[in-house]
Structures are given as C-alpha cells and as structure tokens.
Design a protein around this ligand. Structure first.
Ligand SMILES: *[C@@H]1O[C@H](CO)[C@@H](O)[C@H](O)[C@H]1NC(C)=O
Ligand SMILES: *[C@@H]1O[C@H](CO)[C@@H](O)[C@H](O)[C@H]1NC(C)=O
Ligand SMILES: *[C@@H]1O[C@H](CO)[C@@H](O)[C@H](O)[C@H]1NC(C)=O
Ligand SMILES: *[C@@H]1O[C@H](CO)[C@@H](O)[C@H](O)[C@H]1NC(C)=O
Length: 435
C-alpha cells in the first residue's frame, strides 16, 4: 500500500516535472518584461541590450535604437536555428511590417536568403546606411518583470525581425549583432511584445552611463531604495508624429517611426532664448521639430539654435563666474573647477517648455555637463550645422538618469526629470530575480 502510494507520488512528481516547463510558459502571462541595458561608454557611447534568440537560444548584443523600426540582426555570419522561418510576400506578417516588397535570393537557401520572401529595409541609424533584408520569424526569449524585479524567462515563439548582411554592422560597438528598434511601428519591440503578451502598448527606458533598463508594459516601475514611478510621478507631453519617415531609406508616404515632442520655448536660467520658432515645428516635408534619440550620444542643435542656446548659457549669471577653458571636440564650451550639487555641476539650468508653461523638461548639470577629466567639464551639446532634418535631437547623455515612459496607444510621453532629485538613479533597478 505504502509502496504503491509512493509510486503514485513519483509518477505525479515526474508528470509535474515534464509538464511544468511548457505549462508555465503557456499559462504565465507576464505583466511586463525587462531588458538590461549597458553603455559602451569607452568608445562608441552606444546603449547595448542582450537578447536571446533562435533554437537553441543564442545570446546576442544589439544596439538600442529608440526610434528604430524593428529588430534586425546579422544573418550572414553563423545563423543557426531550427525555428527560423522567412515571412512570405503578401503574408499577414508582411503587411504588419507595412511592406509590399517581394524578394528573391540567388544563392543557396539559408536564413536571410530565401525566395518569395517579404522584403524590408534594415537601417543602421548610426552610420545612416540601409539595405534590403528578409523579414523573418524566430524564437525570442526575454525576462518577465513585475516592474520591480526580473522574473522568469518567457518566450515569443514567432518574433518578427529582419535579417541583414554582416556589412550593416559597421559602426556598431564591438560584438554587436544588430539593432533593436523601439520605434512606433507594429513590428518594433514595444508593439510586438505588447501584442504577444496582451499588455499595454507602453514601455519605459531609463539609461545610465553604466547599467540601465528598458521595461516593456505598464508601470508602476520601482528602483532602489523604494522609489516608485507611476502615472502620478511623471509629467506628460504629447508624442507628435512626423509625417515623413526619418529612416535612411523609405518609401513615400511612410511616417517616421521616431518619437517627436513639441518644444515651444527654451529658457536658460529662467530667461527665454530668442530663436526662430518655425524651426521648432515639423513642416509638411518632415523637417524641423524635436526628437528623442538613443543613437545620438549628445544633443544636436540646428546651427542657429545652437548659437542662441550656447550664447545664453555662457552669459547666464550662473556661468559668468566659472572659469572657461579650451574646447574639447566635439564640445566648444568647457569649464574647470565647477561646484558640484545634488543635480550635478552648478551651471545654468536649461529648460525646454513643452505644450504649455507648466510642462517643462529641465536639464540640470548632471545632464548638461560632460566630464572630460578630473578637472574639466564641457557643455554636452553639439552643433548640427544648418539645414538639419530635425532641429533638436535630444541625445543619450541628456536622457541618462531620467525615466521616460512611451505610451503608444495614447501617443504621449511621461518623463520623470532627473532621478537624483528622488535619491535614485537608472542603475538602481533591482536585478535580483524573483523567479
Ligand atoms: C530562387 O529561385 C531562382 C530561380 O528559380 C533559383 O535560381 C534560386 O536558386 C532560388 N533561390 C533560393 C534561395 O532558393
Ligand atoms: C526661420 O526658419 C525657417 C525654416 O528654416 C526659414 O524658412 C526662415 O527663413 C527663418 N527665418 C529667419 C528670420 O531666419
Ligand atoms: C581651482 O580652484 C582652486 C581652489 O579654489 C585653485 O587653487 C585652483 O587654481 C583652481 N584651478 C583652476 C584651473 O582654476
Ligand atoms: C532586491 O529584490 C530581492 C528580491 O525581491 C529582494 O530580496 C532584495 O531585498 C532586494 N534588494 C534590496 C536592496 O532591496
């Protein structure tokens, strides 16, 4: 009797072990997902994420492109997977990718080279190089999250991405195998992951000079020690659609996948900077306006805006008594012996006024001043020259230690302002897994 009970117990135990992996994958629906981000600070200033793709899973480093259209990876160099499937022309996947391209390949069939496949245009937004690639599906594994910690890994069995030839990796950080697009298309990571797990089309990024994080899905999001960000702790501004694609190659009529916001006025130490305000709006040709970018390491300003902003910065009372030193490329305005504050070096505050006087994105010393060495800090804005496509590109350094939440359904951006003001940083996500 005891013996048969014991056998029964073993059978149940075995059943449990065999069933539980698939069971847990199918029944566990994550609330959110988390992707750790590291900065390749020494050389490229690119932000890298590690994803796990294919069967068997292969860890891949990909560069985070906030406005990128989709995930693209090098398929030319050792793509081995039993679950790779090219997307056919005119398939449902192909229309999700907004493509009507149909591709053939005159070589032996392999990932990235099949006939009758949906053609897309993977874009290296750092070198501004685009090429044609095959749209495909494969397994993607990613860590779930409750917004505060990572949890168990979950799998998307048919995650859409584009194959690219090896040459497209040129200009990316060493060891990178592609780019992860977080833009506003249906096949960029945020929308594809939201639809795979039926959570809100929202995601947050929190970059840092060391370890940061992207959280897919809605908040609240927590950082150590016990700092919680929810809709009450963020300031919101509408996300604007640029009607003309800003990708390196595109077909006519395609809107931009990048995230634009409406800066109306710039103030420095509470004084309005006089600018040609028509540069601040996006015209019918998609020129002008302000976008947020993770592939530009520093904020880039159109020449006349750059001149007005830097003139105002240098003349502001808070900058008059600090000691200027020689410029350090790509920066022009460098200082020594700056006093430190909780919000970074004591320099004039740069304020971007958005839809009204009450919605302000403040740039304090921690985001405006770039440390060159122990003594010298430079204003981390660069001159984009005349005839820029986008007048203001808010770059990675200016985003660090600010939490940004993109709400695709409501087309709005929530921003936290510098986290130092709340005694935390973007590297304070608690990466201890609860799984
Ligand atoms: C595609 O079709 C062409 C013409 O039929 C053939 O020469 C080529 O080998 C095929 N390519 C692949 C990858 O199957
Ligand atoms: C302001 O910018 C617009 C758009 O670039 C340009 O057409 C116009 O000539 C500029 N106005 C002045 C006064 O510079
Ligand atoms: C920085 O400040 C210290 C103390 O006030 C002074 O001795 C030093 O000369 C200053 N350095 C420069 C480069 O101005
Ligand atoms: C991080 O999360 C783990 C798991 O929930 C928890 O045990 C740990 O106390 C947290 N760390 C801190 C410093 O709060």
């Amino acid at each position: 009797m005891a013996n048969s009970n014991f056998q029964h117990f073993i059978t149940i135990l075995l059943l449990f072990f065999f069933i539980s992996p698939t069971f847990s994958q199918q029944s566990f629906r994550p609330k959110a997902l988390v992707l750790p981000i590291t900065k390749d600070g020494a050389t490229t200033n690119q932000y890298k994420a590690q994803i796990n793709q294919r069967t068997p899973l292969v860890p891949l480093n990909v560069i985070v492109d906030l406005g990128g259209q989709f995930l693209w990876v090098d398929c030319e160099n050792k793509y081995i997977s039993s679950t790779y499937r090219p997307a056919r022309c005119r398939s449902a996947q192909c229309s999700l990718a907004n493509s009507d391209g149909c591709g053939d390949c005159f070589s032996s069939p392999k990932p990235g080279c099949n006939n009758n496949t949906c053609g897309v245009t993977p874009d290296n937004s750092i070198t501004h190089t685009a090429t044609s690639g095959e749209l495909a599906e494969d397994v993607l594994s990613i860590q779930s999250s409750n917004g505060f910690n990572p949890g168990q890994n979950v799998v998307v069995s048919r995650f859409l991405f584009s194959c690219a030839p090896t040459f497209l990796l040129k200009g990316l950080a060493t060891g990178a195998s592609g780019m992860a697009g977080l833009g506003r298309t249906k096949i960029a990571l945020p929308s594809q992951l939201a639809s795979a797990f039926s959570f809100a089309r929202k995601f947050a990024i929190c970059l840092s000079s060391s370890k940061g994080v992207v959280l897919f899905g809605d908040g609240p999001y927590g950082f150590l020690p016990n700092v919680v960000f929810d809709s009450d702790s963020l300031t919101y501004t509408p996300l604007l659609i640029n009607p003309v694609s800003t990708a390196s190659a595109f077909s006519q009529g395609q809107p931009s996948a990048e995230y634009f916001i409406g800066v109306k006025t710039i103030k420095i130490d509470e004084k309005v900077v006089s600018l040609n305000t028509s540069l601040l709006s996006i015209d019918n040709n998609g020129v002008g306006g302000t976008k947020i970018s993770t592939v530009d390491p520093y904020t880039v300003l159109e020449a006349s805006i750059y001149k007005a902003v830097t003139d105002a910065f240098v003349k502001a009372p808070a900058a008059r008594n600090i000691k200027r030193v020689g410029s350090v490329a790509p920066f022009e305005f460098c200082y020594t012996n700056l006093t430190g504050t909780r919000l970074g070096a004591a320099v004039p505050t740069i304020e971007l006024f958005l839809q009204n006087e009450n919605v302000v994105w403040r740039i304090f010393g921690a985001n405006s001043m770039v440390s060159i060495n122990d003594e010298v800090l430079c204003l981390g804005f660069v001159n984009g020259g005349k005839n820029t496509r986008t007048s203001i590109v808010i770059g990675g350094y200016q985003l660090e230690n600010n939490l940004l939440q993109f709400d695709l359904a409501a087309s709005k951006l929530g921003f936290s302002s510098l986290l130092f003001g709340r005694q935390t940083t973007c590297s304070n996500f608690n990466f201890t897994s609860t799984a």
